[in-house]
Design a binder for this molecule. Structure first.
Ligand code: ADP
Ligand code: MG
Length: 586
């Protein structure tokens, strides 16, 4: 009964540790490639077979190891990267625990081949399930090769949870793409069962690396991000909406050179795109966050995919501002733009009144006499040539005409461009609401001759009452009036003659259903989105050339990406070359 407590054997300890760090083949690749990078390799070659189960081989031209170090490296807690405890702060290398090689060797058949410059011959060590099987000297160049065969042969539980080889391989490829982006000056090759999947020679910049890793289609949509606040920096690339992907895996983020998957970072990226993406669509981004090492702890997680920031709020803001600056040339909460005010004299009011059959003010009406209204079908207005040198992206478009369903037909020198007027108008109103929202000046308000009284259920009334300030900021004059009633005395001019009751019933819906009350800023945006949608024109059949011009000028001024606040594209383009081809002409 006396010796129930046993000291675990070294090999059991290693296997336990391995279970924590090595979950699947991609974990092995990560540890090995990070070692190669730590060893200053300028070229790393990765091969796998059968999803990494049968073989993982990583070769590098780094510093290599001496004969003695080769053996030491395979022992637990042997590391050349951490000399003292104080080194734990501000670790510059990737690995530091000194347990990866020992762990992997305890759950596979691992062969290490290595040679450093102090040696004339290389060292080969073979370990099987943590047991040394063979070691010999052999001729080789400087560098290291690690071969891992039969991974998890002695850990049936892990083996059982592995996915098919295709899935495991996909994880490995994704990891290597991230590493390749983070280390453009290192050349990477990767093959699966003898087929080359990545061939990325060493280059000087991330930009050049993106060129090899991504298709033209992606590259054409990327804009550069570069934003500093004090010692903190965000740089990289994001794809301009409407370019989008169907899951969050397309958002690659790095903190101080390390690929991370962090909730805070992801939330900030999503937030930056929140009124630029359709629901269920995600941005494509490669973002590098650089922080002084005392402001971030990258060693929270054994696999170092998570990080802890000393000032999370600042990091979120850095991401938001950086992305918005890149997409719109303005920080997230733009200061009042030094442009002509969009309200009150804008196409918004004039268009809205047009549609609702109102007459324009005298001067406008006489200056641009009304055309005859066709019943159906497209209406040619006139073809004005695009003024290529006129600068503005939208304002330089030539106007062809209008189609039913709110589409306008425009053109450049080499493309036919269809603009969704409703979506464009929505974007303009939304941006303007966001701007007034952030600079505290309320949009002009129009008094109603007869105040409108709205009645609600108790729940609805409570929701509305809680958000009166938001409505007032947007230009409504609204007050509580009895227990479940509200009186609207004035509406913002941008609303035109939109149906106020309809708008409010939508707003109350948003207030009750978005589930965003914990996030006031996002909630506000949702409300503003509904307002913008409700107030924007639904059709264009009455639009005059001059109104279209005004709209295009206004679109140039917003500088937002070409999507409506719900993320739908404002324009689709048909290159003349394509039309010519379809017409059978060359
Ligand atoms: P860690 O990377 O945390 O130090 P590892 O078990 O991954 O722990 O590696 C142990 C040691 O082996 C490293 O500190 C390094 O000195 C050496 N080493 C591992 N891989 C390589 C390599 N590819 N080239 C040179 N040295 C290596
Ligand atoms: Mg390591």
């Amino acid at each position: 009964m006396s010796d129930r407590i046993k000291i675990l054997s070294e090999s059991v300890i290693n296997r336990i540790a391995a279970g924590e760090v090595i979950e699947r083949p991609v974990s092995v690749v990560k540890e090995l490639v990070e070692n190669s990078i730590d060893a200053q390799a300028s070229s790393v070659n990765v091969e796998i077979e059968n999803g990494g189960r049968k073989l993982i081989r990583v070769r590098d031209n780094g510093t290599g190891m001496s004969h003695d170090d080769a053996f030491l490296a395979l022992e637990r807690h042997a590391t050349s990267k951490l000399k003292s405890e104080t080194d734990l702060v501000g670790i510059a290398t990737m690995g530091f625990r000194g347990e990866a090689l020992a762990s992997i060797a305890s759950i596979s058949r691992l062969k290490l081949l290595t040679r450093d410059e102090s040696d004339t011959a290389g060292t080969e060590v073979l370990i099987e399930g943590g047991v040394l099987r063979k070691s010999e000297r052999m001729g080789m160049g400087i560098g290291t090769a690690v071969e891992v065969r039969n991974l998890f042969f002695n850990v049936p539980v892990r083996r059982k949870f592995l996915k098919g080889p295709g899935v495991e391989a996909a994880h490995i490829q994704e990891l290597l793409i991230k590493l390749a982006l983070a280390f453009p000056t290192v050349g990477f090759t990767y093959s699966e069962d003898g087929r080359t999947k990545i061939d990325a020679p060493a280059v000087r910049s991330t930009f050049e690396r993106i060129h090899t890793l991504y298709s033209k289609d992606v590259r054409e949509n990327l804009v550069a991000v570069d934003h500093h606040v004090g010692d903190a920096r965000l740089h990289g690339y994001v794809a301009r909406p409407p370019y989008a992907r169907s899951n969050m895996r397309s958002v690659l983020t790095f903190v101080n050179g390390r690929s991370v998957r962090d909730r805070l970072v992801n939330a900030a990226v999503n937030r930056a795109f929140s009124n630029l993406m359709e629901r269920g669509r995600y941005p494509l981004a490669m973002l590098f966050i650089e922080l002084p090492s005392d402001l971030v702890d990258v060693n929270v997680h054994p696999q170092k995919a998570e990080v802890r920031f000393v000032s999370p709020v600042q990091v979120s803001q850095l991401i938001l501002d950086g992305i918005h600056q890149a997409l719109m040339g303005a920080p997230f909460n733009p200061p009042p733009a030094p442009v002509e005010p969009f309200f009150p004299r804008s196409p918004v009011t004039s268009l809205a009144s047009h549609i609702r059959g109102e007459r324009e003010p005298e001067d406008i009406a006489t200056e641009f006499p009304q055309r005859e209204q066709p019943q159906v079908g497209p209406t040619p207005i006139q073809i004005t040539p695009p003024l290529s040198e006129a600068g503005g992206k939208f304002s330089s478009l030539g106007i062809v005409g209008r189609l039913p369903n709110s589409f306008l037909v425009l053109h450049t020198d080499d493309e036919l461009v269809i603009l969704d007027h409703h979506a464009a108008h929505e974007r303009l109103i939304f941006d303007e609401l966001m701007r007034t929202e952030s600079n505290a000046s309320r949009p002009a308000c129009q008094d109603l001759l007869i105040p409108k009284i709205l009645q609600y259920s108790a729940v609805e009334a409570r929701a509305l009452a809680a958000h009166l300030d938001l409505l007032q900021d947007a230009g409504f004059r609204i007050e509580e009036f009895g227990e479940r009633e509200f009186v609207i005395k004035g509406v913002p001019e941008w609303l035109g003659n939109s149906d106020v009751e309809e708008l409010f019933s939508q707003l109350v819906d948003v207030m009750l259903n978005t589930g965003l009350r914990g996030d006031p800023a996002r909630f506000k945006e949702e409300v503003l989105k509904s307002m913008a949608c409700q107030a924007s024109v639904k059709e264009t059949m009455t639009m005059q050339v001059e109104e279209i011009r005004m709209l295009l000028n206004d679109l140039d001024r917003t500088g937002s990406p070409d999507v409506c606040p719900h993320g739908r594209p404002l324009v689709v383009r048909f290159p003349f070359s394509e039309i010519r081809r379809k017409m059978g002409r060359r």
